[in-house]
Design a protein around this ligand. Structure first.
Ligand SMILES: C=C(O[C@@H]1C=C(C(=O)O)C=C[C@H]1O)C(=O)O
Length: 248
């Protein structure tokens, strides 16, 4: 049987979902790759995979987009791992380095800087990890994922993008969701969905399997990340795609 090609973000925030997928028989029906979000996005756009836990920012690049599960990487308050970091308050920031690993948060940062903070700072796409050393003086940086937890220990000013999006719009936020670029068999989708749900029912085991010194992962998995792709989050995706359209 031909396997379904699936790609997922390799950060800590996907570990509960991946735990469920790996211990479910559905693992035998898929070929799984894991990488950082910008790469996962490219794989789905290039049709090198059939479904990915991809940044929602790339939806307009797909000919078709099927939301096949009830799960996402979202937040209904501070997300803790997607922030603008700086040594000075946001009003004094003159340039912002944008994380090369991100697609959604880069656009979210742009929307918030321009329309919420009314910032005129120049936005600089970073090309490699060394940009984080340039987050000093009046230069801020967007850092996402596990690396944001390390950056939290270094930068005195931390602007949480999910928290500020919520203040701006009154809505939760969705960074990534399981999106397919073609129709997939309904029975597979149902098993895949059940596998995700199973992972979220085993948070203590996931935390025990990933000793992590920089952040309390129980807190991260139960409060910061909101995995449920509900109606409000679907509205949030639509609003985000509309607001970010001019900056794509
Ligand atoms: C919450 C996060 O969401 C991630 C942010 C993404 C982006 O900015 O493109 C994509 C996938 C998510 O896993 C995070 O990385 O910390």
């Amino acid at each position: 049987m031909k396997k379904i090609r699936v790609a997922a973000v390799s950060y800590l925030n996907t570990r509960p979902l991946m735990y469920g997928i790996r211990r479910h028989p559905v693992i035998n029906e898929i070929d799984l790759v894991e990488d950082y979000p910008a790469r996962i996005a490219q794989l789905l756009v290039n049709d090198e995979v059939d479904m990915g836990l991809v940044p929602v920012a790339i939806i307009p690049k797909l000919e078709q987009a099927f939301f096949y599960t009830d799960f996402c990487i979202g937040a209904s308050g501070p997300v803790d791992s997607v922030c603008l970091f700086s040594e000075v308050p946001i009003e004094e920031v003159t340039e912002v380095y944008l994380d090369y690993q991100s697609r959604t948060s880069v656009l979210l940062a742009t929307v918030l800087l321009k329309e919420y903070w009314n910032s005129t700072a120049s936005l600089i796409p970073a090309s490699g990890e060394d940009y984080r050393d340039r987050i000093r003086g009046n230069a801020a940086g967007l850092v996402i994922g596990d690396r944001a937890f390390e950056q939290r220990l270094r930068s005195p000013y931390i602007y949480d993008l999910a928290e500020h999006w919520q203040q701006f719009t009154g809505l939760p936020f969705v960074f990534a969701a399981w999106i397919a670029n073609k129709e997939l068999p309904a029975d597979f989708v149902s098993r895949f969905n059940a596998a995700n749900a199973d992972g979220l029912n085993h948070i203590p085991e996931v935390v025990a399997a990933h000793p992590y010194p920089h952040f309390d992962l129980t807190e991260y998995y139960t409060r910061s990340i909101d995995y449920c792709l509900d109606q409000k989050k679907r509205e949030a995706i639509a609003l985000f795609l509309e607001k970010s359209e001019p900056y794509r």
